[in-house]
Design a protein around this ligand. Structure first.
Ligand code: URA
Length: 210
């Protein structure tokens, strides 16, 4: 696979994916695990977070230590399921700003359309991580990335938990510069656009809707 598609492979992550797949995993646990998986993916996706040198005085002496540069990262969940990943990323980087993008599929043209967009100031100067747990057709993620590019963003990553090969191909073909972080890649999509074997509807499972 492309070097810009990083499938994080770890037994603890695989264990959590099994729990997310299980139809008997109820909303509370599903939500908690999405959050935990997001923390583990963020650990990888933030490896190149901007840093700056800081002088720190220990009880013994002073030392130069690198710390995360303030205001350098924004996360942007794609509504609605992306919201489930926010707290998991903030657990590692509590000072990240959070934008929101809402996208729906036009039932006639099947095109992805924006219905909501609220982004942090100066987002063009930040490292931006788009959160979309299910990379199915890739249409929403691609539309969100295009929207961020239209606002001047140049450093964009996509974090998804589960992907179908079709979604990965779409992002690679439309946005070759965007690194994609995943916990798992599944077989494909069913006739309704669900990832199979998948987790089902992640938004419904996160928020207790049908
Ligand atoms: N969105 C979901 O929530 N689940 C899928 O399988 C595909 C898209």
């Amino acid at each position: 696979m492309d070097k810009n598609v990083i499938v994080v492979n770890h037994p603890l992550l695989n264990h959590k994916i099994a729990l997310l797949r299980d139809v008997n995993t109820a909303m509370k646990q599903f939500r908690e695990i999405v959050c935990e998986v997001s923390t583990l993916l963020a650990y990888e996706a933030l490896k190149d977070v901007p840093v700056e040198a800081r002088e720190v005085t220990t009880p013994l002496e002073s030392v130069t230590q690198y710390v995360v540069k303030e205001n350098s990262v924004a996360i942007v969940p794609v509504l609605r399921a992306g919201l489930g990943m926010v707290n998991g990323v903030l657990a590692l980087l509590p000072t990240a700003e959070v934008g929101h993008i809402g996208i729906y599929r036009d039932p006639e043209t099947l095109e992805a359309k924006e219905y909501y967009c609220k982004l942090p100031e100066n987002i063009a100067d930040k490292k931006v991580i788009v959160l979309d747990p299910m990379l199915a057709t890739g249409a929403s993620a691609c539309a969100a990335i295009s929207m961020l590019k239209s606002k001047g963003c140049k450093d964009i990553k996509l974090m998804s938990i589960l992907a179908a090969p079709q979604g990965i191909d779409k992002v690679r073909n439309s946005h070759r510069d965007v690194q994609v972080f995943l916990a798992c890649v599944d077989r494909g999509l069913n006739g309704n656009g669900y990832i199979v074997p998948g987790f089902g509807d992640a938004g419904n499972r996160l928020f207790g809707t049908k």
